[in-house]
Design a binder for this molecule. Structure first.
Ligand SMILES: NC(=O)c1ccc[n+]([C@@H]2O[C@H](COP(=O)([O-])OP(=O)(O)OC[C@H]3O[C@@H](n4cnc5c(N)ncnc54)[C@H](O)[C@@H]3O)[C@@H](O)[C@H]2O)c1
Length: 305
C-alpha cells in the first residue's frame, strides 16, 4: 500500500509511520518540519512543504493510494486566540486538499479530527459517535467544519473517507515542552523540577489512549473496505487530572508541587469516548494500560529532555 502522511513528522504521524512500516507500506511524509526527536528514516520518502502549497501537494498526493491528514497548526489552547489564523492555515488548505484528492481519485482520505472537542459538553457519561456535536472551542469548530466538508465532498464527488476522533493520545515523542498532551507536559515539568500547573481543581477528567494503540486503530480503519466512517478512538475510561498526578508521582518516585490556576472556558469538565464502534467494526481494542504507558513515556523523557 502507498501512504501519503500529511503532518507525518509530528507526534502521532511519527508513530503512524512506524505502524505502517511494520507492514512494508510505501510511505511519503509531507510536512513543513523534520521530526523533532529522531533522525529521518531510510525507508521513508520525505517531502518538505506547506499544506497550502497546491502544486507540491498535487505531486505528493499522486504518490499515494491512501492519504492521512494530520497536519494542523491549531491546538485547543491556541485556536481561540486567533480563529482567523486557523481558518487560513488549516481550513482553507484542507479544502484545496479535498479537491486534489477527488481529482486524483485516491482510495481513501483519513482525517484526524478531535474526539475531545467536537462533541462539546457531553450529555452522557460516555460519548458515542452519534452524540450531538456542539463544540465550545474554536478548535472543535474547526475540526467539525473540516469533517462536514469531507462528508459533503463524499456526497457530491464520491470522496472516500474515514474520520478519526482520537481522545487524548500520549506516549513517546509527544513534546514535553509543548502545550498539548498533559501527560508529556506534566512529566516534562517533573523532569525539569518545575511545578505542575492544573487548570481548575483537578477534577477535570480525560480519556487517555497510548499513541501506539491509536495508530493501530488508524491502520485498521485505513484498510477497511467499507468507507465513510467516523470512529472514536479512546480507552473508554476516564482519569481525573488529580488521579493522573498521583499516578505520575508513583511512577516517577518524585514529589512535585502542583499550582492550581482557574479553569479555562474552553476546557470540557469530563469527556470519555465510547470506543465500541471501533471494537465492533475494526476488531480493535486498546492494549496499553495507563500506568505502563506512562512508565515508558517517562523513560523516554528522561533520556530525551
Ligand atoms: N495530540 C493530541 O492530543 C491530539 C488529539 C486529537 C487530535 N489530534 C490531531 O491529530 C493530528 C496530529 O496531532 P499531533 O499531536 O501529532 O500534532 P503535531 O503538532 O505533533 O504534528 C503536526 C505536524 O503537522 C505539521 N504541520 C502543521 N501545519 C502544517 C502545515 N500548514 N503544512 C505542513 N505541515 C504542517 C507540523 O510540522 C507537525 O509535524 C492533528 O490534526 C491534531 O489536531 C491530536
Amino acid at each position: 500500500m502507498k501512504a501519503v502522511i500529511l503532518g507525518g513528522n509530528g507526534f502521532i504521524g511519527s508513530h503512524l509511520v512506524d505502524e505502517l512500516l511494520i507492514d512494508d507500506w510505501d510511505i511519503t511524509v509531507y510536512d513543513r518540519n523534520p521530526e523533532h526527536f529522531r533522525p529521518p528514516l531510510k525507508r521513508v520518502n520525505y517531502v518538505f512543504g506547506e499544506l497550502g502549497n497546491k502544486s507540491l501537494l498535487q505531486k505528493v498526493i499522486s504518490k499515494g493510494d491512501i492519504v492521512f491528514h494530520l497536519a494542523s497548526s491549531a491546538t485547543p489552547q491556541t485556536s481561540g486566540e486567533n480563529p482567523f489564523h486557523d481558518i487560513q492555515a488549516d481550513l482553507l488548505p484542507t479544502i484545496t486538499l479535498l479537491d486534489i484528492c477527488v481529482q486524483k481519485r485516491i482510495r481513501k482520505l483519513l482525517f484526524f479530527s478531535s474526539g475531545g472537542t467536537v462533541y462539546g459538553i457531553p450529555e452522557t457519561g460516555i460519548v458515542p459517535e452519534t452524540h450531538p456535536t456542539n463544540p465550545i472551542s474554536s478548535y472543535g469548530i474547526l475540526k467539525l467544519t473540516i469533517e462536514k466538508y469531507i462528508q459533503t465532498y463524499h456526497h457530491l464527488y464520491g470522496l472516500p473517507f474515514t474520520i478519526i476522533r482520537p481522545s487524548n493520545p500520549y506516549g513517546e515523542r509527544q513534546n514535553p515542552l509543548g502545550s498539548q498532551g498533559v501527560i508529556a507536559v506534566f512529566l516534562g515539568k517533573i523532569k525539569r523540577e518545575l511545578p505542575i500547573i492544573l487548570f481548575g481543581n483537578g477534577s477535570i477528567t480525560r480519556d487517555f489512549i497510548h499513541v501506539s494503540d491509536l495508530v493501530k486503530a488508524v491502520k485498521l480503519a485505513s484498510l477497511k473496505t467499507s468507507q465513510n466512517d467516523v470512529f472514536n478512538i479512546g480507552s473508554g475510561s476516564g482519569t481525573s487530572l488529580t488521579s493522573l498526578v498521583e499516578l505520575i508521582k508513583t511512577i516517577t518516585l518524585l514529589k512535585t508541587e502542583v499550582n492550581n490556576l482557574p479553569k479555562r472556558a474552553f476546557d470540557i469538565q469530563q469527556i470519555v469516548l465510547d470506543p465500541c464502534l471501533a471494537n465492533l467494526e475494526l476488531g480493535w481494542h486498546p492494549v496499553i494500560k495507563l500506568d505502563d504507558g506512562i512508565t515508558t513515556t517517562w523513560d523516554w523523557i528522561q533520556k530525551s529532555l
